[in-house]
Design a protein around this ligand. Structure first.
Ligand code: ZN
Ligand code: CU
Length: 489
């Protein structure tokens, strides 16, 4: 090491967890021009900025494998719910829902209203228009984008309760091709929801055809996550096999009391299929799920909390049974009265959550819903909860493994070039945290409380979070797929 060597930034005295699952080591990190220039002993070197990370972990910035941040990146580009957790890259456009391409009928159709109830944000005629706006008004963190099949359906079809006809298939396929050519990393589907439930596997395959040509991936909120979860996994694998592309099973879970414990079966099946094809999966660390308010979840849930309601915003945050009592009606009738609305459903088993989280191929994805009035706490708590509760307290896996599930593993699955590992030459996306205190603070009562223990967050070499607050920098980039290699333009 030549004495006096200069870096833009040096992180000193850190314990490095590099995102590959390798054991931690003591080291210093030198950053130059947005990249990690050196890791090692930098005692003779100088940084324009120096950070003392004594007693702290330096890890790759976390990658949120499953988000609905399409609008948040534009409407609240500081991205505080994510940055405060140490997240530096989000995968957007999940569950069949993306802001591009515009549904001409407006965005009111659930679940598109998870992104925007009024519809004014659904104003991007193409994926390219969306990514150009995001590039022109950068957020604090990076984003890689999926195109939503449900959005395409709403844009193209006059009747959503049937399979697409040949002309509609051709139109959707063309829109998909355009988006992939412009750098979308793949297509997501949400056949669990009404606007896409009528789409048979053949439709999904035909719309997603261009994935093969562009080396994109197929991510899915599967048709069924309760009694027919096995058939749904088989359908997902079939789509991947017929197209010859990787699949990602979103927020994997087994829903409802009758299916508690069935993650033993689902994970065994996924493991078996993994020997034949590329499969990824993600999971959030909670026993409650959240989406639009729907009848079919009433019986499967032990408790339901209303997260928003268009006709009755005053009910946000209340239990559905409380709402029913106040209205003097049954819970079923209450659902009818307060729709459109969103809800949190307690319907998973802690044993399944732990088994799925601990599965070695499971990535961490928050599935946070940033526009809900009283959101599920996963929006603000997912990553520190995995590090604090599931790794440190419950010892479900080592800290190195926890970090891998939120860095190296998703970078590999989503093919993010030069991210997800602390190594020389990689982009300097770095999160510095206190392994002893990192913890989620958001809960079901107070669901937007920022996490503890995340010290400093660095994106593309710029410090965006320091000492519990934002710095105002916005170095986030749009990561685009170019033939299976996902990188900033
Ligand atoms: Zn979903
Ligand atoms: Cu989702």
């Amino acid at each position: 090491m030549a004495d006096g060597e200069r870096f833009d930034l040096i992180i000193r005295n850190a314990t490095v967890i590099d995102g590959t699952r390798a054991p931690r080591f003591a080291g210093e990190i030198g950053v130059r021009e947005g990249k990690i220039a050196r890791i090692g002993d930098l005692s003779g070197a100088r940084g324009s900025v120096e950070i003392d990370a004594s007693g702290r972990i330096a890890a790759p910035g976390f990658i949120d494998a499953h988000t609905h941040d399409d609008r948040l990146l534009l409407s609240a580009p500081e991205m505080t719910p994510k940055v405060s957790q140490g997240v530096t890259t989000v995968i957007i456009g999940n569950c069949g829902i993306s802001l591009a391409c515009t549904p001409p009928r407006g965005a009111m159709t659930p679940p598109l209203d998870l992104l925007d109830g009024e519809g004014s944000w659904f104003r991007f005629p193409s994926f390219d228009a969306y990514r150009r706006e995001l590039a022109a008004q950068p957020a604090t963190i990076n984003a890689a984008c999926l195109l939503g099949h449900t959005t395409l359906r709403c844009a193209v079809m006059d009747d959503l309760e049937r399979a697409a006809r040949p002309a509609e298939l051709a139109r959707m396929r063309e829109m998909a091709r355009e988006a992939l050519a412009a750098g979308a990393i793949g297509i997501s589907t949400g056949t669990a929801y009404a606007p896409a439930a009528a789409a048979p596997a053949e439709e999904l395959i035909e719309v997603c055809r261009p994935l093969s040509e562009y080396a994109g991936l197929y991510a899915t909120h599967m048709r069924n996550e309760d009694d027919r979860v096995i058939e749904s996994i088989e359908e997902t694998c079939r789509v991947g096999r017929e197209l010859g592309v990787p699949v990602v099973i979103s927020h994997h879970k087994t829903v409802g009391t009758a299916n508690h414990g069935r993650s033993v079966e689902t994970l065994a099946l996924i493991r078996r299929r993994m020997t034949e094809q590329e499969i990824g999966l993600d999971c959030y660390p909670y026993i409650a799920s959240s989406t639009v308010l729907r009848y079919d979840r009433l019986e499967q849930s032990s408790r339901i909390i209303v997260t928003w309601s268009r006709p009755h915003p005053e009910f946000s945050g209340l239990d559905l049974n409380d709402v029913a009592r106040r209205l003097g009606v049954s819970e079923t009738e209450a659902v009818e009265r307060i729709k459109p609305a969103g809800a949190i459903y307690f319907m998973l088993d802690e044993g399944d959550v732990r088994r799925i989280l601990a599965f070695d191929e499971t990535m961490i994805g928050s599935d946070g819903l940033p526009h809900d009035v009283k959101p599920h706490p996963r929006l603000w708590g997912t990553f520190p909860r995995v590090l604090g509760r599931y790794s440190r307290e419950l010892k479900l896996f080592s800290l190195e493994t926890a970090v891998y599930k939120m860095t190296g593993l998703p970078a590999t699955r989503f093919r993010l070039a030069g991210r997800g590992a602390l190594k020389e030459g990689n982009h300097a996306d770095i999160t510095i945290f206190d392994a002893g205190t990192v913890a989620d603070a958001a809960d079901f009562q107070d669901s937007t409380r920022p996490a503890q223990g995340i010290d400093t967050v660095i994106v593309n070499g710029e410090i965006i979070w320091r000492g519990g607050g934002p710095t105002g920098k916005r170095p986030g980039r749009v990561l685009l797929n170019r033939g299976g290699h996902v990188a900033a333009d």
